[in-house]
Design a protein around this ligand. Structure first.
Ligand code: ADE
Length: 247
């Protein structure tokens, strides 16, 4: 049986998915995490909270692949916008991911994963296209949730491109600027995607990453992130994944 893993780093990012699972989902507790195994909108799934960061994401990805034999993995959650075109409320679907904090120079090139000989991990083209199409339909809905921390954002856009991952919450303008300079193609920054991607690559499992932009990785990032997490994050995840899983 084909089974899809859906992972998120924070409870709010997957709460509506857990609530929508068919009754009778089994909960398996492994390595201090709950793995919810059942059916979501007609698709056999395992849903889990990874917790924040690269190690947590890698461990969780390994568990869903080895213990639950998933055939595909989706990581969903929030991210800080880096690229000038990527604003709060937008959605980014990864075409490829890299670990911006990997630096084993002078032994290896900057960003290269040592002994794996690669910097980038390519997301599955078909799954990513499905996420992109579903996100585009969701963001063009009239009843889009548009209030974030008292501000309205303009019509959200959906982007497809490079996501940069590292064990750091970027919340200083200087750090965000340095990342933009070093990685001009990076659309957004988050803390799990490329670690999960590395594990999926090593196991030969197709994966995709979808991120909703909660902040601009600047001095206001903490406030923006918190408000977005509380008010909007869950609406996006369910609103984009429901039509995709039902189709
Ligand atoms: N996830 C959401 N916002 C982020 C930021 N500013 N830095 C890293 N990860 C994030």
């Amino acid at each position: 049986m084909e089974r899809l893993a859906i992972l998120g780093a924070l409870h709010e990012e997957i709460a509506d998915l857990l609530a929508a699972m068919d009754p009778g989902a089994a909960v398996h507790r492994i390595a201090m995490r709950d793995f919810h195994v059942g059916t979501l909108w007609g698709t056999p799934c395992v849903i889990a909270l990874s917790r924040i960061g690269k190690v947590a994401a890698a461990a969780t990805a390994t568990i869903v692949i080895r213990e639950f034999q998933v055939s595909r993995v989706i990581f969903t959650g929030l991210a800080g916008g880096l690229h000038a075109d990527v604003d709060v409320g937008d959605v980014v679907v990864a075409s490829t991911l890299m670990q911006h904090d990997m630096d084993a120079r002078p032994l290896f090139d900057q960003h290269e994963i040592p002994l794996l000989g690669r910097v980038h991990f390519e997301a599955d083209a078909v799954l990513s296209q499905q996420l992109y199409d579903s996100a585009a339909r969701f963001t063009s809905r009239r009843d889009m949730p548009v209030i974030q921390a008292g501000a309205t954002f303009a019509k959200p856009r959906v982007h497809h491109g490079l996501i940069a991952t590292g064990d750091v919450f970027v919340s200083h303008n200087d750090d965000a600027q340095a990342l933009r300079k070093r990685l001009p193609d990076a659309l957004c920054v988050e803390m799990e995607g490329a670690a999960m991607a590395q594990i999926c690559y090593e196991f030969g499992i197709p994966f995709a990453v979808m991120r909703v932009i909660s902040d601009r990785a600047d001095h206001a990032a903490k406030t923006d992130f918190t408000a977005f997490l509380q008010n909007v994050a869950r609406v996006y995840t369910a609103g984009i994944l429901e039509p995709l899983l039902k189709s």
